[in-house]
Design a protein around this ligand. Structure first.
Ligand SMILES: [Fe+2]
Length: 385
């Protein structure tokens, strides 16, 4: 493989216990002044803002807070945050939360320096200028949003997910402090952890994968497979939380550089239809999507099985791929997640509609190693019941 590739990351990534204490110094380095914090009510209630306030105050910085970011945020919710941002004369924007708060913050910052309607930003590289400086503090080990150039919103008018994918919304600083994930409830640990796992696996088999992302994605697969169960079983298992934070962050780097594919494309209509969290929408179609594309890259599926600790020695390439797919489902079931559309009340009559919507996500399907027709996509939905 002699191909060329690009590497995209935030300018600074601070990883490890107590890195949250540096948020104030980083905000000052980026030009604060006045800081806008964006978060959700759950984060505020869990006391996760206390170390952030302390660090900002320690640097003598002023701040104000928008604490009503919605889960799977709507465009309306984004506009409310943007209105406060424009009125507040802020210099630096700090997200404290999961994908929803981080995605909102990225686009709010872009709206400070770019004219036009938010609708103009959707799609690929439709943000002409970088926004004001941003710091992403993640409180989940899942989305990887702290290191990605993506932001996902719900368009309630048409019940669809809309994505901003732009180099200009990549954060200035990402802070990944495993302490910030300790209070995460079990169900959130499971759903966000499986999202991280799927980022690693999808990036590993992606058309745009590179030697760099292959190495990182395979290690992320191993870290999540080994640590999701222990983190789920005991939320205060520091080693498991550390390794999940590391696995999720590495999966995010893989995703930001190799991209994801069909699993994310098929999950979008399911998530919108049944108002499922992102992780849940992914996991119910994950195994059958992976089974379908496995024939395009059997050696990679053997490596995935090995990374998950599955013994595939002596098996044929297709037997090893089957074992990899079975392992992926078992990992999800172990942490109480559904693995079929039937379990989330799916309606088979909707298959044709979903297949059309998912097939429309060509940004993602074009990055999938098997070419999938609308009929192929419908077949995966059918087998996922
Ligand atoms: Fe995802």
């Amino acid at each position: 493989m002699l191909g060329s590739f690009r590497v995209r990351t935030p300018d600074w990534i601070l990883f490890g216990f107590d890195t949250i204490r540096q948020v104030g110094a980083e905000a000052r380095r980026l030009g604060a002044g006045r800081v806008m914090l964006l978060t959700d009510p759950g984060v505020a209630k869990a006391g996760l803002l206390d170390p952030v306030y302390e660090s900002l105050k320690g640097e003598g910085l002023e701040y104000d807070i928008f604490d009503t970011v919605e889960p799977e945020p709507s465009i309306q919710n984004l506009l409310e945050a943007s209105k406060m941002a424009k009125e507040g004369k802020f210099d630096v924007f700090v997200a404290v939360g999961g994908g929803s708060s981080m995605d909102t913050t990225k686009v709010v910052s872009a709206m400070m320096t770019n004219e036009g309607d938010v609708q103009d930003f959707f799609g690929v590289d439709n943000v002409p200028r970088r926004g004001l400086p941003t710091i992403m503090v993640t409180t989940t080990s899942g989305t990887g949003s702290e290191v990605t150039r993506m932001a996902v919103f719900t368009d309630k008018a048409v019940n669809l997910k809309r994505v901003v994918s732009a180099q200009n919304i990549l954060a200035d600083v990402a802070i990944v402090d495993p302490n910030m994930t300790l209070s995460k409830p079990q169900a959130v640990t499971a759903a966000t952890g499986i999202d991280a796992f799927i980022h690693a696996v999808e990036a590993y088999v992606a058309v745009s994968a590179s030697p760099l992302t292959d190495t990182i994605a395979l290690e992320a697969t191993k870290l999540v497979a080994e640590n999701l169960g222990p983190a789920f079983a005991n939320g205060n298992d520091m080693t498991a939380r550390y390794n999940m934070a590391l696995g999720s962050f590495m999966a995010g780097i893989s995703l930001n550089n190799a991209g994801v594919g069909a699993v994310h494309a098929l999950a979008y209509p399911i998530g919108a239809e049944y108002h499922l969290s992102h992780g849940l929408a992914l996991i119910v179609i994950f195994a059958e999507t992976m089974r379908s594309i496995s024939i395009s890259c059997l050696p990679k599926f053997r490596k995935l099985a090995e990374a998950m600790g599955v013994d595939v020695q002596g098996l044929t390439p297709w037997e090893a791929a089957d074992e990899a797919v079975a392992g992926m489902s078992e990992l999800a079931r172990m942490v109480g997640l559904p693995t079929t559309l039937s379990e989330v009340g799916g309606d088979q009559a909707k298959i044709a509609e979903w297949a059309k919507a998912a097939h429309g996500e060509q940004r993602l399907l074009g990055n999938t190693p098997r070419t999938l027709s609308v009929e192929d996509v419908a077949d995966i939905f059918k087998k996922s019941f």
